[in-house]
Design a protein around this ligand. Sequence first.
Ligand code: CAA
Length: 283
Amino acid sequence: MAEVKRIGVVGLGAMGAGIAQLAIEGGFECVGRELDAARGDAARDRIGHFLTRKVEKGQLEQGARDDAMSRLSTTTELSDLAGCDLVVEAAFEDLAVKQELFRELERAVRDDAIVATNTSALSVTQIASVLDKPERAVGMHFFNPAPLMPLVEIVRAERTSDDAFETAFAVGKQMGKTPIRCSDTPGFVVNRVLIPLLNDCVRVLDEAGVTPEDLDAGMKHGAGWPMGPCALLDLVGLDVHVHASEALYEKLREPRMAPPPRMVRMLQAGKLGRKSGEGFYRY
Ligand code: CAA
């Protein structure tokens, strides 16, 4: 198995910043890449804020927080990822975007570096197909919010080498996650189940004439969910969910996979959830 000391993260949005936080908390050096310096600074501030909260709550020593932050650097240049042993891309969920990024990454990193994608609904095999060495590619699918959700799915694509697969698994573990191994099938494990389930929840809103508040209370108190489906969709983002839903529907052709019309209308109206200030709830 390859030894990993330095991790690159491409894209420092909510997911990428969360992954970078996990990397530095896990003792890795981390280089985060964003398109402009302002976004890199925003991600750094976000990570710093969450680590400070941990100190305030007695979950982390001040010294450990400062050490972790000192292991984080940000850049706008992919060439600054040259020294990374493993790079996780957490860019926009679009096949062409991710393929172009993988092409550029392969030129930037060492010959033996591993490249991972945090895609939630695209095929890792297809993203990796543009690489000269597709055996170095693997899926590392984190859940939102990445620092809090214990799972990471380690996805074996068609050509993933055992070395890349097991190294990614070990890195997930060192980040404090509970990794599981799975194949590159649509939605992998959790989204294959969760996406149609959330779609059903939204269909029930109209069928049963129930309010988002009551549906959320129902699933929290009757099914033991940590948060209700409407609150969860607002957290994930309606845009992210609809996109993943459509991608799975395209591949599996199961009617439950298709986003319900109510959700599509919300998306068209810009009601994306927390990120836009309104979804099922107002923020
Ligand atoms: N990043 C880092 N730290 C964060 C954070 C974030 N995004 N959000 C919160 N925190 C930190 C905060 O410091 C917070 O403490 P303070 O509020 O005191 O500052 C601390 O974590 C605890 O936060 P909460 O009190 O909100 O934690 P909680 O106990 O209520 O649990 C939860 C929150 C983990 C999100 C829980 O509600 C839960 O498990 N919800 C379900 C989430 C879920 O199902 N996610 C999967 C989505 S699907 C997906 O991701 C797949 C995909 O491909 C789209």
